[in-house]
Design a protein around this ligand. Structure first.
Ligand code: NAP
Length: 302
C-alpha cells in the first residue's frame, strides 16, 4: 500500500522536481500538486507536466494534501510554512528536505502549532539547481535522514520512511542536533573549503585566470564543481547551521596549522601517515557504494 495518496511539493527546484519525478516513477497513482514562488519555475513545471496541478499559492497547494514537503532554501522554510498554516488539513503530515535540521524544525514547529512534522534530509544532490536539473533516480541508494521530535507519532515517521524507501533511499533516524554536527563535517565544511580555494585562486595576481583554468585538472576543478553550488542555498545553510559549522571549522583550522608546521619542518612521515589514512577513507566510501571506483570520479576523457 502507498504511504500517501496526495502529495504537495512546495519549491520545485532540483530537489522538489526530483521528488516529483521519483513519485511519478515509483508511485504513479499519487496525485501530485506543486507550488513555487517563482512564476517561471511554475511555468516550466507545468510545461514539463512534472505534477498534476501547479497551484498559484502555498495555501491552495496544501488544501487536500496528506503529505506536504517543503523543498525551499532553509532560510525560507518558516515563512513558507506560515503561508499555508491556515489551509493545512488536520491529518496531513508536513516534511521538508532542508540541509540543516534543528533550526528548520524550530521554524516549522513555530509556524505550524499542533501539526505533525517529520523533518527529512535526503543526502543527495548536485551542484545544479532548478526544475530542469532534477531526475527521478537522484535519491536511489542515497541516505535520507529523518529527525522527528520525541513527541512525533511513530506511525507518521514510518509513513515518511516508507515514502523515501519507495524513492530508492536508505532511511536513517537521528536527533536533529546530531544530524547538524555530522553534516557540518561531511557536507557544509567541504563546501566552505571549496568556496575558499576557488575564491583564493581567482584572487591570486601572480597566477592568471587563464592558467587557473588551463591547469585545473591538477585538482582545482574538483573543487570548482562543489563551489558552483547554489549561492542562496549555501548562504542559508551557513547562517542556519552556524554553531556546528563554526565548531568543525575550529577543528579544521587547528589541523591545517599542524599540517603547515609539518611542511615547514620537513616532517615527511607525518604527511605520509595522514595521506595514507585519508586514502583508506576514500576506499570505504567506494566500498559502501557512495561513489564510483573509476579513477577521476568516473569521468570519460574521449
Ligand atoms: P533550488 O533548485 O534552488 O530550488 C528551490 C526552489 O524554491 C526555487 O525554485 C526557488 O525559487 C523556490 N523558492 C524559494 N523561496 C521560496 C518561497 N518562499 N516559496 C516557494 N518557493 C520558493 O534548490 P534545491 O537544491 O532544490 O534546494 C531546496 C532545498 O533542498 C534546500 O533547503 C536545500 O538545503 C535542500 N537540499 C539541497 C540539496 C542539493 O544538493 N541541492 C541536497 C539536499 C537537500 P527561485 O527561483 O526564486 O529561487
Amino acid at each position: 500500500m502507498l504511504p500517501f495518496a496526495r502529495v504537495t511539493i512546495l519549491g520545485l527546484g532540483l530537489i522538489g522536481s526530483s521528488i516529483a519525478r521519483g513519485v511519478r516513477a515509483t508511485m504513479p497513482t499519487v496525485r501530485l500538486t506543486g507550488y513555487d514562488a517563482d512564476t517561471d519555475v511554475r511555468a516550466t513545471v507545468a510545461r514539463m507536466a512534472l505534477v498534476d496541478d501547479v497551484a498559484d499559492s502555498a495555501g491552495t497547494a496544501v488544501i487536500d494534501a496528506d503529505l506536504v514537503i517543503l523543498c525551499v532554501p532553509v532560510g525560507a522554510m518558516g515563512a513558507v510554512a506560515g503561508e499555508f498554516a491556515a489551509d493545512l488539513p488536520a491529518d496531513a503530515i508536513v516534511s521538508d528536505v532542508g540541509s540543516c535540521k534543528a533550526e528548520v524544525a524550530r521554524a516549522l514547529a513555530a509556524a505550524l502549532p499542533g501539526a505533525t512534522i517529520v523533518p527529512a534530509h535526503p543526502v543527495a544532490g548536485t551542484e545544479r539547481s532548478g526544475p530542469e536539473a532534477g531526475f527521478a533516480t537522484l535519491f536511489k541508494g542515497r541516505w535520507c535522514i529523518l529527525t522527528p521530535a520525541t513527541q512525533t507519532p511513530e506511525a507518521a515517521t514510518e509513513r515518511v520512511r516508507a515514502f523515501w524507501t519507495r524513492l530508492g533511499a536508505e532511511v536513517e533516524i537521528m536527533a536533529a542536533e546530531h544530524h547538524d554536527r555530522v553534516l557540518a563535517i561531511t557536507s557544509h565544511l567541504p563546501h566552505l573549503i571549496a568556496y575558499t580555494i576557488v575564491g583564493t585562486a581567482s584572487d591570486l595576481e601572480e597566477v592568471t585566470q587563464g592558467e587557473v583554468i588551463k591547469y585545473s585538472a591538477g585538482g582545482f576543478r574538483d573543487f570548482t564543481r562543489i563551489a558552483a553550488s547554489d549561492p542562496t542555498m549555501w548562504r542559508d545553510v551557513f547562517l542556519t547551521n552556524r554553531e556546528a559549522v563554526l565548531e568543525m571549522l575550529q577543528r579544521f583550522s587547528e589541523d591545517l596549522s599542524q599540517l603547515q608546521r609539518a611542511i615547514r619542518w620537513g616532517k615527511g612521515d607525518e604527511l605520509f601517515d595522514l595521506f595514507t589514512r585519508t586514502r583508506a577513507v576514500r576506499r570505504s566510501i567506494v566500498e559502501q557504494g557512495q561513489d564510483d571506483a573509476a579513477p577521476d570520479f568516473g569521468r570519460t576523457h574521449d
